[in-house]
Design a protein around this ligand. Structure first.
Ligand SMILES: [Zn+2]
Ligand SMILES: [Zn+2]
Length: 391
């Protein structure tokens, strides 16, 4: 089959690889009808997260049709079922899965020893996302083996186009969880850093969860336009001071709730000296992530507020102002998304027309054009916000 394969830093190719087969009784094979490039795939593209190996198949946002089912998955899945595949592989049976903490499933990471060593504890297996999370082949491919498929799926009805439900596998529940973790009250201002795909979903989620005011921060006109269309007030950080403007919009109080939808690769600019410092430390190998957004959020967040972090971080950060964080009594909530905790509710909201996540798609191309689209998406050329691939 054809698949997008990681060969090294900024080197992804569309290759012919071996077709996946049923390996375990709980497996299923899905014929992928649509998949997407996620912002977090760019961290792998840049080789910022260790433990990718040449030959790894990329992709963790995908859906399709079940074409084969292992003997132990047959009660829950059958050939012909239409499924979205969550990016977190879950067993549905361990203590964490029973609590709904799916992204820290204790069973599905088959490289547990490596992950235990790096993170202290292994987290769930993820598709197409390094050997720290199991080294499972991803779904930017014609076919995907879904391990623990009896639990790891979201059934979707026929008759809804792929584009409306595809993002149930990652960015929609990711933006939603980021907003839910803010425990939004009707009097709250929610500020969201980063208007990429997850930021866009967080904006719409905060609006659906009845925030008084949603403020979105970015510097790309097309992203800010989309944020505004979703109901946000926008701040262009190239043109105005984020801290001053946020204080202005909140009567000097600061936003009660702050969401970091940027993560480890914050924009670097001489106008934000700490970002230059981070880049220099990164080049020396003395810091892995650039936490500019975290510093800004901690500084501007209203005391007793919440900081929610869906943005991906990989390792160590420097100069986090613990004094501000502690004395202001801020709460930090974070985590990879517990996808299946949210998807019944979110599928219903899509079916009822409360939201149509396809608004975020700007480019739809073939799998063969995937490698080129990684660059277009990374460089935000051609007003690219979200890419869907059709294998
Ligand atoms: Zn993702
Ligand atoms: Zn589990």
């Amino acid at each position: 089959m054809r698949a997008l394969v990681w060969h090294g830093k900024e080197d992804i190719r569309c290759d012919t690889v071996t077709d996946p087969e049923i390996e375990q009784p709980r497996d299923a094979i899905v014929k992928v009808t649509s998949c997407a490039i996620c912002g977090s795939d760019l961290h792998l593209f840049h080789n910022f997260i260790p433990a990718m190996l040449p030959g790894d198949v990329m992709g963790h946002e995908m859906m399709g049709e079940v074409v084969e089912v292992g003997s132990e998955a047959r009660g829950k899945l059958k050939k012909g079922d239409r499924v979205v595949v969550p990016f977190t592989i879950i067993c549905g049976e361990c203590d964490q899965c029973k609590r709904g903490n799916f992204s820290v499933c204790q069973t599905t990471n088959r490289k547990k020893d490596l992950a235990d060593k790096v993170f202290g504890h292994a987290t769930a297996g993820l598709f197409g996302y390094t050997h720290l999370t199991g080294g499972y082949p991803g779904g930017q491919a014609e076919y995907l083996r879904v391990p623990f498929a009896d639990a790891t799926h979201i059934k979707v009805p026929d008759g809804i186009p792929d584009e409306k439900v595809l993002f149930l596998g990652d960015i929609f529940p990711t933006g939603w969880q980021a907003a839910v973790q803010c425990d939004i009250q009707p009097t709250d201002t929610v500020a969201i850093w980063g208007c990429g795909p997850v930021g866009q979903m967080a904006i719409r989620s905060a609006v659906l969860l009845s925030a008084k005011q949603v403020i979105a921060i970015d510097h790309l006109p097309e992203r800010l336009e989309m944020a505004e269309a979703g109901g946000a007030i926008t701040i262009n950080f190239d043109e105005e001071s984020v801290v001053e403007r946020l204080n202005e919009l909140t009567g000097g109080e600061g936003p009660e709730k702050c969401i970091d939808a940027v993560g480890m690769e914050a924009h670097v600019s001489p106008s934000m000296p700490d970002t230059v410092y981070d880049r220099a430390k990164q080049m020396l190998g003395a810091e892995s992530d650039r936490p500019h957004i975290l510093r800004e959020m901690i500084y501007v967040c209203r005391p007793a507020g919440v900081i929610s972090i869906p943005g991906v971080y990989g390792g160590l950060v420097d100069k986090i102002p613990m004094g501000q964080l502690m004395n202001k009594g801020l709460t930090i909530r974070t985590g990879q998304t517990h996808v299946n905790r949210w998807t019944d509710d979110l599928l219903r909201r899509i079916e009822e027309g409360q939201i149509d996540p396809s608004f975020v798609i700007t480019h739809t191309v073939s799998l063969e054009d995937g490698p080129e689209m990684y660059k277009v998406f990374r460089d935000k050329q051609d007003s690219c916000i979200k890419v869907v691939l059709k294998p």
